[in-house]
Design a protein around this ligand. Sequence first.
Ligand code: ATP
Ligand code: MG
Length: 453
Amino acid sequence: MIEPANHADNVVQLRPQPRIYARSEHTISRKYVSESALKVLYRLDKAGFQAYLVGGSVRDLLLGREPKDFDIATNALPEQVRELFRNCRLIGRRFRLAHVQFGREIIEVATFRAQHDGDTEGAAMTDQGRILRDNVYGTLEEDVWRRDFTVNALYYNIADFSIVDHVGGVEDLRAGRMRLIGDPDKRYREDPVRMLRAVRFATKLGFLLDQATLAAIPRLRHLLEDIAPARLFDEMLKLFQGGVGLQTFEALRHHGLFHCLFPLTDEHLDGGEGEFAQRLIAAALRSTDARVADNKPITPAFLLAALLWHVVEEEAEKLVANGVTAHDALGFAADTVISKQIARIAMPRRFSNVTREIWALQSKLEKPTPKRIPRALEHPRFRAAYDFLVLRAEAGDPVQEEATFWTEFLAAEEGDARETLLQNLRSQPEGARTGVSAKRRRRRRRRPPAVAE
Ligand code: ATP
Ligand code: MG
């Protein structure tokens, strides 16, 4: 929803009075709030504190979606929260938060915080507009200001089951609109990750970015380069493993934000061979989305393998042109590309090692021989590497026949059926069967046939 209003008029300000939606005016029912969250809310309330459900849970409940987690805001200080709950830990340096644990579920309880411009003592310390420290306690009204989007700043009051809305969040929810609270330039400068969050929520919820929230992104997206790589890794998981990874990837590209996360990939996508990489990444994200929908396990190692594969291949080809053997080239290229990538997004080694193994296994799976097959099958990453080979084939890499061979081999019963497939393989000299050279010549890539709508 693009609003014609000019920039200054479009800035969301706190209303003089909040709009209170009574229990009869909204659809949130306690039936859909986790029991643990209700326990925390009730106990805070009974102890005389204010207690609200806030953030994504209120937003999602109003939309009829299942919240990922339940966050609580209160005027009780962290130490006071700890006194109320035995199963409570205080965490965080930048923000002091209470975590109340119920089995595997953690309810996060945050004390209302004020966020001023650094003119009051102890207020948020900033560095070029970026928030470094932010632990000044405040009131609910003040707490609204530190939240990012209007739809994330709704408070569900356990005392009377009403919703407190200071910024028109309910109207924005109904209109399907993501709007930053306050001046977008200032809010993005304080925390550039909000640009990624804007795109993530808009995609997940099917919302549109409000004009001012949208317009500031091209001006400020370069600020994401200063974000700590470890934080970007967390964000990356939310962006690509939240169930709508493919759409999110496309939206990030559209807004010029993907470059900040995967600069090498982004540059490759814009080059002449980009469409093959685009297709592989799309296939990997589509399969991740399907697995998320089915509650199947997923690993960032697999996505990383797809996101960087063509960059690594290109790098390896350069090395081969300079006389490095094909076998060594892939390993060297993987080292170079991964070390450049982790400077931007801190991918823990336990994942990047798996990514390397998936890549290294490709050349083995591309040349199945009776001797290599049993060894490949025993490799702990065989399944991931096979899935990756199939995606590559789908995306137009010249490995269709090899992928089909493995698919048939795996589908065949152990014993006779597999033995027949192996016999066929034995009767053909290596390479003749598929006619595909190990060099994976780029011009052999084929566009997959167009699928009829
Ligand atoms: P989800 O958990 O579904 O991804 P969420 O809205 O709950 O979405 P969280 O990251 O869990 O997002 O944060 C909870 C709330 O904290 C948000 O709704 C928002 O009000 C506030 N918040 C989180 N991160 C930021 C941020 N970077 N800037 C401002 N407010 C934030
Ligand atoms: Mg949340």
